[in-house]
Design a protein around this ligand. Sequence first.
Ligand SMILES: *[C@@H]1O[C@H](CO)[C@@H](O)[C@H](O)[C@H]1NC(C)=O
Ligand SMILES: *[C@@H]1O[C@H](CO)[C@@H](O)[C@H](O)[C@H]1NC(C)=O
Ligand SMILES: *[C@@H]1O[C@H](CO)[C@@H](O)[C@H](O)[C@H]1NC(C)=O
Length: 459
Amino acid sequence: MGSQFLREESTINSIILHFKSVKVPSVGIFVAFVVAFLLHATVSATVSNTVLSSIINAYLNWRFPIKSTNGQEDLPTLAYVFPNGQGNSEKLAESAKGQRTLEKTYGKIVLTRPHQVQAVFKDSNLHLKGENFNQGWLCGQILGNCLGILNLENWTRVRSICVDIFQHNKAPTHIPFIQQRIDKQFQILQSTKQIQNKKMTLQPSEDLKLLSFQIFCDIIYHDLTSTMETELLSLLKLRESIWVEVTKGGICRFSFSQILPTPTNRLLRTFKSKWEDFNDRAYKRAKNIGLGPETPIILLYTALDEGRMKKIEVLHTLDELLFENLDVSLGALAWNVIFLAAHPETQAEVRKEIAQAKEKDGEEAWVSYLLSNSTLIQACILESARLKPIVLFTTVQAIPSPRVVDDFVIPAGTHFVVDTHALNVSDPYWGDESTKYKPGRWLQSRSLTSERVEAEAVV
Ligand SMILES: *[C@@H]1O[C@H](CO)[C@@H](O)[C@H](O)[C@H]1NC(C)=O
Ligand SMILES: *[C@@H]1O[C@H](CO)[C@@H](O)[C@H](O)[C@H]1NC(C)=O
Ligand SMILES: *[C@@H]1O[C@H](CO)[C@@H](O)[C@H](O)[C@H]1NC(C)=O
């Protein structure tokens, strides 16, 4: 209901159904033709692809116009391309330029300025997210019911369960896991790398690749056996190969592809059953070794037993936490290291700050240093996150009521994404040195910037 993408996709499905129901003498040949046409049309730049794309594009523009308040202007847009929609590659390339304003792409509008974000996201708890992150059927098979994609009462219900896992006040309980895992990883690195003058060269994206993944595993499952850890790593590989297909798009975007005997579908079946089996066993083990009810895996399965969560929501949310966020958390971590390496002065100051915090007495002082948000190290983390946003575009959300944004009348149900690079880097707010690494900006104008982060947090 109410979402343009859904309407568009069901349009395509009904075209297909319509073809199927036409009675012609040699139905077999006709169906074969249509299937061949559609399969061929999934390959970009073929004749059938161009034909189908432009028909759908013309229809979409006619069916879902967005006009200025005086009714004179159309919102600028890119053309629709079957079957991936539009802008999937353009938007990545374009975002680097960061100079765009309000812009319509395949039924979604890209927001690039803070005031637009406020106008659109002021009621974000009422927004509807795109089905399957608008990435199609295959994506929905692994993530379609994760917390990040649920809507309204479903989101509220599952969030109230998961919030206990990652709330700020829970952070202290995670610190020992994080510390242990980092120690372990650095022992491994020290035994495999060349060390000169007590120094070694760290390659963040290689050497830290699995670090945040393993930390999340530790937090969720609490010390797995080494066999289970190995098992998780092989699940990660399997999951990665499915994700490659999701990002390629094509036929796996449509639910009818589930009947095809493709290698992807085989991988998917294997992954789904192994993933469920793994989590069932991890839960049983956690119970057997007497871990507390606040252990995330126990927390989720208890909600399941009590009917507060569905199995598919548990599995997809765990996937979201562990696999889906892997690149994002690796990126976030690695960029911090890279920025500090590139800015020795800042690095020296951070080291000084850490040394001072360590000098203070007791574990408590150290924990409160780690949790404080007015430290230089925290400013470094924010600045790194600002310059290298974790995602280029936020996930798609649809507004529940019509509104005027930048003088265009946007109907209810329109989908929006936020261009985070435009907001976090190119926006004039950040001043002349917006592309420079200046952690100090987070310490000086504390109140201003924290207001701003709150405005972004609603996204
Ligand atoms: C909540 O989930 C149920 C079942 O998964 C679904 O039928 C319902 O439409 C969902 N509600 C919303 C608002 O998405
Ligand atoms: C840190 O940020 C939180 C949330 O914005 C705030 O409630 C808290 O007072 C801040 N703490 C410090 C020490 O600045
Ligand atoms: C934008 O920058 C802020 C401040 O560093 C950060 O918290 C936020 O995660 C960034 N946005 C994205 C999408 O990465």
